[in-house]
Design a binder for this molecule. Structure first.
Ligand SMILES: Nc1ncnc2c1ncn2[C@@H]1O[C@H](COP(=O)(O)OP(=O)(O)OP(=O)(O)O)[C@@H](O)[C@H]1O
Length: 357
C-alpha cells in the first residue's frame, strides 16, 4: 500500500507543529522519521494513525483519502498496526490473548486469518520468540519481552502499514541493539510498510530504507541512509546525523579554504552544492586528524574523552569548538597546541603554497 502525505500542516492554537509536509511511503518500505525532540515526529505519526487530523493537506492510503480538511477516517478504519514506546499492554490479558485480540477486532482481516486465528497466534509468537511464554501476564515479563508482545500484537492481523513510535527507547542499550535486528527480521518476514519514529540517528541509519530528517516541523531531507549520512543538503542534517563540525570558509568550485585561510585548501568534491552555497564544509569527527605537523589549522585541545577503541577530542580553533575522533596511536593532552588537517584521502595538499609539507 502506498501512503501519501500531501501538503500537510498541523497547527495547535497559534503553534505550527507541521509545515508543508510531503512524503510517499511505498509498499514494503521501511521509513524512519528522524529528528530532535519537539520537531513534530509524533504529530506526523498520529496523523497517519488517525489519532489526529491535519489542519490542511491530505493523507492518502491505497488511493483513498483518509484525512483532509473535510473528512477523517478513524484508526480502526485504517489498515494499520501500532507499536508504542510504552508497550501499552493490557494488565489483565496474558500474552496469547494480546495477540488474539486484534485478530478478533481488526476490520481488514483476511478470510484465511479469520479461519486460522489460533494458527496465526502461534505463528507470530514463534516469530518473536515468545511461544513458550504465551500464558504469562504482562507483570511477569521483562521489558524486552513486553516489547516483543507489542510487536507481535501489531503484526498479527498483517496490517499494510506498521507505525512505530520510539519502540526501543525504554529498553537498555544492549537490548535495543538486539531488538533492532528482530524488527528488521519482522520487516523482511511480513513485508509490511513501516514508519518508524526515532530521535536516534544510528537506529535510523541501521534499519531504514529511507530516512526523513525533520527539524522544527519541516522535512529537511529525505534519502537513503547513505545519502543522508554522506551527502547532507543542510547544515542541520550534517550536524544532527553525521555529527559534523560545520566549518565556515570560502568555496572556490569544489575547493574549500577553511576560515578563509589561503594557505590551506581542502578537497570538497563530495560536499553537496547546498552546503557550498552556505559557505560551510561539514567535517565529520572521523574525517579530521590532529597532529603536531604544521600546515593545518592551529588549535588547542580543550577536552579529551577516552572511549576504548578511540579518543574523542574537543579542539578550540578561533573560538569554535570542533569534535575530532582519533585512534589510539597518537595521544594529546588538554592545553596542547596542535594542527588540524583533513585526512589525506579527503584533501589534496597544497604543496607549492606550504613549503613545510
Ligand atoms: N496537542 C498539542 N497541543 C499543543 N502543542 C502540541 C500538541 N501536541 C504536540 N504539540 C507541540 O508540537 C511540537 C511537536 O511535538 P511532537 O510530539 O510531534 O514532537 P516529537 O518530535 O515527537 O518530540 P519527542 O521526540 O520529544 O517525542 C512540540 O513543540 C509540541 O509541544
Amino acid at each position: 500500500m502506498t501512503t501519501q502525505i500531501k501538503n500537510v500542516e498541523k497547527i495547535f492554537g497559534s503553534f505550527r507543529a507541521l509545515q508543508q509536509i510531503n512524503l510517499d511511503i511505498n509498499e514494503g518500505e521501511f521509513v524512519a522519521i528522524l529528528g530532535p525532540s519537539g520537531c513534530g515526529k509524533t504529530t506526523l505519526l498520529r496523523l497517519l494513525a488517525g489519532f489526529d487530523s491535519p489542519t490542511s493537506g491530505e493523507v492518502v492510503m491505497k488511493n483513498q483519502v483518509v484525512a483532509d480538511e473535510m473528512s477523517f477516517l478513524p484508526p480502526e478504519k485504517r489498515n494499520i498496526g501500532m507499536v508504542f514506546q510504552s508497550f501499552a499492554l493490557w494488565p489483565h490479558m496474558n500474552v496469547r490473548d494480546h495477540i488474539r485480540f486484534p485478530l478478533k477486532h481488526h476490520q481488514f482481516l483476511s478470510e484465511d486469518l479469520k479461519k486460522g486465528m489460533d494458527f496465526r497466534v502461534d505463528e507470530v509468537l514463534k516469530m518473536v520468540d515468545m511461544y513458550h511464554l504465551g500464558e504469562r501476564m504482562p507483570s511477569e515479563l521483562s521489558g524486552g519481552q513486553k516489547q516483543r508482545v507489542a510487536l507481535a500484537r501489531a503484526i498479527a492481523p498483517k496490517p499494510a502499514l506498521l507505525l512505530m513510535d520510539e519502540p526501543l527507547s525504554s529498553l537498555d542499550a544492549e537490548l535495543r541493539m538486539s531488538m533492532r535486528k528482530e524488527i528488521q527480521q519482522l520487516h523482511h518476514l511480513t513485508g509490511a510498510s513501516i514508519v518508524y519514529v526515532t530521535h536516534d540517528q544510528s537506529e535510523a541509519l541501521a534499519m531504514a530504507d529511507k530516512i526523513v530528517v525533520m527539524n522544527k516541523g519541516i522535512i529537511e531531507q529525505v534519502g537513503t541512509p547513505k545519502e543522508i549520512y554522506s551527502s547532507p543538503t543542510s547544515p542541520f542534517v550534517a550536524s544532527f546525523v553525521g555529527k559534523a563540525n560545520l566549518i565556515q570558509g570560502k568555496w572556490e568550485g569544489t575547493e574549500f579554504y577553511p576560515f578563509h585561510q589561503h594557505a590551506i585548501k581542502w578537497d570538497g568534491t563530495s560536499v553537496t552544492s547546498e552546503l557550498r552555497g552556505e559557505n560551510i564544509f561539514p567535517a565529520r569527527p572521523e574525517q579530521l586528524k590532529i597532529s603536531f605537523r604544521e600546515g593545518g589549522l592551529k588549535g588547542v585541545i580543550t577536552n579529551v574523552q577516552y572511549q576504548g577503541k578511540e579518543i574523542h577530542y574537543t579542539v578550540t580553533i578561533e573560538d569554535e569548538q570542533w569534535v575530532i575522533h582519533q585512534d589510539l596511536d597518537a595521544m594529546f593532552s588538554i592545553g596542547e597546541e596542535v594542527y588540524i588537517h583533513l585526512k589525506e584521502s579527503q584533501t589534496r595538499a597544497v604543496k607549492k603554497q606550504l613549503h613545510f609539507v
